[in-house]
Design a protein around this ligand. Structure first.
Ligand code: URA
Length: 239
Protein backbone atom coordinates (compact mmCIF):
# COMPACT_ATOMS: atom_id res chain seq x y z
CA UNK A 1 0.00 0.00 0.00
CA UNK A 2 1.35 3.40 -0.98
CA UNK A 3 1.51 6.03 1.77
CA UNK A 4 2.06 9.28 -0.03
CA UNK A 5 2.44 12.59 1.78
CA UNK A 6 3.26 16.11 0.67
CA UNK A 7 7.00 16.57 0.23
CA UNK A 8 7.06 19.78 2.30
CA UNK A 9 5.32 17.98 5.17
CA UNK A 10 7.80 15.11 5.09
CA UNK A 11 10.80 17.42 5.10
CA UNK A 12 9.31 19.73 7.74
CA UNK A 13 8.73 16.73 10.02
CA UNK A 14 12.36 15.83 9.57
CA UNK A 15 13.50 19.27 10.70
CA UNK A 16 14.35 20.90 7.37
CA UNK A 17 12.57 24.10 8.37
CA UNK A 18 9.16 25.59 7.71
CA UNK A 19 7.14 24.79 4.60
CA UNK A 20 8.28 28.16 3.23
CA UNK A 21 11.95 27.22 3.82
CA UNK A 22 11.35 23.92 2.08
CA UNK A 23 9.66 25.62 -0.89
CA UNK A 24 12.79 27.72 -1.24
CA UNK A 25 15.14 24.70 -0.93
CA UNK A 26 13.13 22.97 -3.68
CA UNK A 27 13.16 26.05 -5.92
CA UNK A 28 16.95 26.11 -5.63
CA UNK A 29 16.99 22.59 -7.11
CA UNK A 30 18.48 21.03 -3.99
CA UNK A 31 15.87 18.32 -3.56
CA UNK A 32 15.81 15.15 -5.64
CA UNK A 33 13.39 12.27 -5.64
CA UNK A 34 14.75 9.09 -7.15
CA UNK A 35 17.57 11.20 -8.58
CA UNK A 36 15.26 13.69 -10.35
CA UNK A 37 15.30 17.32 -9.24
CA UNK A 38 11.94 18.32 -7.79
CA UNK A 39 11.19 22.04 -7.83
CA UNK A 40 7.72 21.87 -6.32
CA UNK A 41 7.44 21.15 -2.61
CA UNK A 42 3.72 20.36 -2.81
CA UNK A 43 4.00 17.12 -4.75
CA UNK A 44 3.02 13.88 -3.08
CA UNK A 45 5.57 11.17 -2.50
CA UNK A 46 5.81 7.91 -0.57
CA UNK A 47 8.82 8.47 1.72
CA UNK A 48 9.16 4.75 2.40
CA UNK A 49 9.42 3.89 -1.31
CA UNK A 50 11.22 6.85 -2.89
CA UNK A 51 14.78 8.02 -2.40
CA UNK A 52 14.61 11.63 -1.26
CA UNK A 53 17.81 13.65 -1.13
CA UNK A 54 18.40 17.16 0.19
CA UNK A 55 21.76 18.22 -1.19
CA UNK A 56 24.01 15.22 -0.66
CA UNK A 57 21.98 13.94 2.31
CA UNK A 58 19.83 10.90 1.67
CA UNK A 59 16.68 11.08 3.77
CA UNK A 60 15.75 7.81 5.35
CA UNK A 61 12.20 8.16 6.49
CA UNK A 62 11.40 6.16 9.57
CA UNK A 63 10.17 6.86 13.00
CA UNK A 64 13.17 5.73 15.03
CA UNK A 65 16.91 5.78 14.55
CA UNK A 66 19.41 3.79 16.63
CA UNK A 67 23.11 4.57 16.47
CA UNK A 68 26.07 2.96 18.21
CA UNK A 69 28.95 5.37 18.76
CA UNK A 70 32.46 4.87 20.00
CA UNK A 71 32.51 8.06 22.06
CA UNK A 72 35.84 9.85 21.98
CA UNK A 73 37.27 11.68 25.00
CA UNK A 74 36.76 15.45 25.31
CA UNK A 75 33.27 15.26 23.83
CA UNK A 76 30.20 15.73 25.99
CA UNK A 77 27.42 13.14 25.94
CA UNK A 78 24.61 15.70 25.79
CA UNK A 79 22.56 17.22 23.00
CA UNK A 80 23.80 20.78 23.60
CA UNK A 81 26.70 22.46 25.34
CA UNK A 82 27.72 26.08 25.11
CA UNK A 83 31.45 25.39 25.43
CA UNK A 84 32.25 21.89 24.29
CA UNK A 85 31.68 19.68 21.32
CA UNK A 86 28.83 17.21 21.91
CA UNK A 87 28.25 13.71 20.57
CA UNK A 88 25.44 15.18 18.45
CA UNK A 89 27.97 17.43 16.69
CA UNK A 90 29.71 14.26 15.49
CA UNK A 91 26.60 12.99 13.73
CA UNK A 92 25.62 13.58 10.14
CA UNK A 93 22.62 15.84 9.49
CA UNK A 94 20.71 12.96 7.94
CA UNK A 95 20.57 11.42 11.46
CA UNK A 96 20.50 14.66 13.43
CA UNK A 97 17.16 15.60 11.90
CA UNK A 98 15.61 12.73 13.83
CA UNK A 99 16.43 14.50 17.12
CA UNK A 100 18.52 11.67 18.48
CA UNK A 101 19.87 11.94 22.00
CA UNK A 102 22.41 9.91 23.97
CA UNK A 103 20.98 7.14 26.15
CA UNK A 104 22.56 7.98 29.49
CA UNK A 105 25.81 9.78 30.05
CA UNK A 106 29.47 8.99 29.87
CA UNK A 107 31.91 11.39 31.51
CA UNK A 108 33.77 13.80 29.26
CA UNK A 109 36.96 11.73 29.54
CA UNK A 110 35.21 8.34 29.19
CA UNK A 111 35.32 6.56 25.85
CA UNK A 112 33.36 3.78 24.29
CA UNK A 113 29.87 2.52 23.72
CA UNK A 114 27.16 5.14 23.56
CA UNK A 115 23.72 4.49 22.13
CA UNK A 116 21.96 7.40 20.45
CA UNK A 117 18.32 7.23 19.54
CA UNK A 118 15.06 9.15 19.37
CA UNK A 119 13.19 6.16 20.82
CA UNK A 120 12.27 7.50 24.25
CA UNK A 121 10.62 4.28 25.35
CA UNK A 122 13.72 2.18 24.72
CA UNK A 123 15.93 4.79 26.39
CA UNK A 124 13.68 4.78 29.42
CA UNK A 125 13.80 0.99 29.59
CA UNK A 126 17.58 0.90 29.39
CA UNK A 127 18.06 3.63 31.98
CA UNK A 128 15.37 2.63 34.47
CA UNK A 129 17.02 1.87 37.83
CA UNK A 130 14.50 -0.95 38.26
CA UNK A 131 15.71 -2.83 35.18
CA UNK A 132 19.32 -3.32 36.36
CA UNK A 133 20.67 -3.30 32.81
CA UNK A 134 24.29 -4.56 32.94
CA UNK A 135 27.08 -2.30 31.68
CA UNK A 136 30.65 -3.49 31.34
CA UNK A 137 33.60 -1.13 31.47
CA UNK A 138 37.28 -1.60 30.79
CA UNK A 139 39.51 0.53 33.00
CA UNK A 140 43.11 1.27 33.81
CA UNK A 141 43.44 1.83 37.52
CA UNK A 142 46.29 3.30 39.52
CA UNK A 143 47.13 0.81 42.25
CA UNK A 144 47.22 -2.96 42.48
CA UNK A 145 43.72 -4.38 42.05
CA UNK A 146 43.43 -7.63 44.02
CA UNK A 147 41.02 -10.42 44.95
CA UNK A 148 40.08 -8.31 47.96
CA UNK A 149 38.60 -5.72 45.57
CA UNK A 150 36.73 -8.47 43.70
CA UNK A 151 35.14 -9.52 47.00
CA UNK A 152 34.42 -5.93 48.03
CA UNK A 153 32.71 -5.13 44.70
CA UNK A 154 30.75 -8.39 44.87
CA UNK A 155 29.43 -7.43 48.30
CA UNK A 156 28.84 -3.80 47.28
CA UNK A 157 31.04 -0.87 48.30
CA UNK A 158 30.02 2.27 50.12
CA UNK A 159 30.60 5.44 48.12
CA UNK A 160 31.70 8.71 49.71
CA UNK A 161 28.08 9.91 49.94
CA UNK A 162 27.08 6.82 51.92
CA UNK A 163 25.38 4.98 49.03
CA UNK A 164 26.04 1.23 48.98
CA UNK A 165 26.42 -0.09 45.44
CA UNK A 166 24.69 -3.20 44.15
CA UNK A 167 26.83 -6.31 43.75
CA UNK A 168 29.08 -5.98 40.70
CA UNK A 169 31.50 -8.26 38.91
CA UNK A 170 35.15 -7.29 38.80
CA UNK A 171 37.59 -9.15 36.57
CA UNK A 172 41.30 -8.49 36.89
CA UNK A 173 43.03 -8.43 33.51
CA UNK A 174 46.37 -7.25 34.92
CA UNK A 175 47.28 -6.59 38.54
CA UNK A 176 50.22 -4.15 38.71
CA UNK A 177 51.07 -0.57 39.69
CA UNK A 178 48.66 0.34 36.93
CA UNK A 179 46.06 -2.44 36.83
CA UNK A 180 43.67 -3.32 34.04
CA UNK A 181 40.19 -4.54 34.82
CA UNK A 182 36.72 -5.22 33.43
CA UNK A 183 33.83 -4.27 35.68
CA UNK A 184 30.15 -5.07 35.17
CA UNK A 185 27.70 -2.92 37.09
CA UNK A 186 23.90 -3.09 37.19
CA UNK A 187 23.11 0.53 37.91
CA UNK A 188 24.31 3.89 36.68
CA UNK A 189 25.09 6.37 39.42
CA UNK A 190 27.01 9.54 38.61
CA UNK A 191 30.75 8.72 38.09
CA UNK A 192 29.95 5.28 39.42
CA UNK A 193 33.02 3.32 38.30
CA UNK A 194 35.44 6.05 39.35
CA UNK A 195 33.76 6.39 42.74
CA UNK A 196 33.72 2.63 43.30
CA UNK A 197 37.48 2.50 42.87
CA UNK A 198 37.90 5.56 45.09
CA UNK A 199 35.97 3.59 47.73
CA UNK A 200 38.78 1.00 47.65
CA UNK A 201 41.52 3.69 47.56
CA UNK A 202 42.34 3.46 43.87
CA UNK A 203 42.08 5.86 40.95
CA UNK A 204 40.64 5.20 37.51
CA UNK A 205 42.93 6.79 34.94
CA UNK A 206 41.27 5.46 31.79
CA UNK A 207 37.68 4.33 31.29
CA UNK A 208 35.90 2.84 28.34
CA UNK A 209 32.41 1.33 28.17
CA UNK A 210 32.30 -1.98 26.33
CA UNK A 211 28.70 -3.14 26.68
CA UNK A 212 25.23 -1.98 27.62
CA UNK A 213 22.55 -4.64 27.98
CA UNK A 214 22.93 -6.96 25.01
CA UNK A 215 24.83 -4.37 22.99
CA UNK A 216 28.63 -4.63 22.58
CA UNK A 217 30.88 -1.95 21.18
CA UNK A 218 31.80 -2.77 17.59
CA UNK A 219 35.59 -3.15 17.55
CA UNK A 220 35.74 -1.75 14.03
CA UNK A 221 34.43 1.65 15.17
CA UNK A 222 37.27 4.12 15.65
CA UNK A 223 36.87 6.81 18.30
CA UNK A 224 34.20 9.25 17.15
CA UNK A 225 32.76 6.83 14.59
CA UNK A 226 29.23 5.50 14.73
CA UNK A 227 26.93 3.22 12.81
CA UNK A 228 23.31 2.16 12.87
CA UNK A 229 22.40 -0.89 14.93
CA UNK A 230 21.85 -4.06 12.95
CA UNK A 231 18.41 -5.64 13.02
CA UNK A 232 19.73 -8.40 15.30
CA UNK A 233 21.25 -5.91 17.74
CA UNK A 234 18.04 -3.94 17.88
CA UNK A 235 15.92 -7.02 18.34
CA UNK A 236 18.03 -8.31 21.25
CA UNK A 237 18.07 -4.89 22.86
CA UNK A 238 14.33 -4.39 22.69
CA UNK A 239 13.43 -7.89 23.90
N1 URA B 1 31.34 5.45 35.54
C1 URA B 1 32.11 6.55 35.58
O1 URA B 1 32.77 6.83 36.57
N2 URA B 1 32.14 7.32 34.49
C2 URA B 1 31.46 7.06 33.35
O2 URA B 1 31.56 7.80 32.38
C3 URA B 1 30.66 5.91 33.34
C4 URA B 1 30.62 5.11 34.45
Amino acid sequence: MSKTQRLDKILANLGFGSRKDIRSICKQGLVTIDNKVVKSSSIHVDPYQSEIKVGEDLIEYREFVYLMMNKPPDVISATEDSRHETVIDLIDTSFRVFDVFPVGRLDKDTEGLLLLTNDGQLAHKLLSPKKHVPKTYYAKVEGKVTDKDIKAFKAGVTLEDGYKTLPSELEIIKSADVSEIALTIYEGKFHQVKRMFEAVDKKVIYLKRLTMGTLSLDKDLELGEYRELTEDELESLTN
